[in-house]
Design a binder for this molecule. Structure first.
Ligand SMILES: [Zn+2]
Length: 83
């Protein structure tokens, strides 16, 4: 059964720190697997695949501190310039 690979918007690779290079798909053992197309990093997650995948996609910015920090910096910088 083919499982489509989906990119996770805003996800940052834990190995190479590239953004938007992480794909998620389900492997033959029904495990959710993250794969980085930039460096080849893979990470299998076995627990409750559906819930974990959903949480990863919605909370990725909060879970990844560097990513959240970067976004906040940009917003702060822009509003500071406007006012
Ligand atoms: Zn990577």
């Amino acid at each position: 059964m083919a499982s489509p690979k989906r990119f996770i918007a805003g996800a940052v690779c834990p190995r190479c720190a590239e953004m938007d290079k992480i794909m998620m798909f389900t492997d033959d053992n029904d495990k959710q697997v993250r794969e980085c197309v930039a460096c080849g990093f893979t990470d299998a997650m076995s627990d409750e695949p559906d819930v974990q995948a959903a949480e990863l996609e919605t909370r990725v910015n909060k879970r990844k501190n560097e990513d959240d920090h970067t976004v906040q910096q940009v917003v702060f910088f822009k509003s500071g310039q406007d006012e």
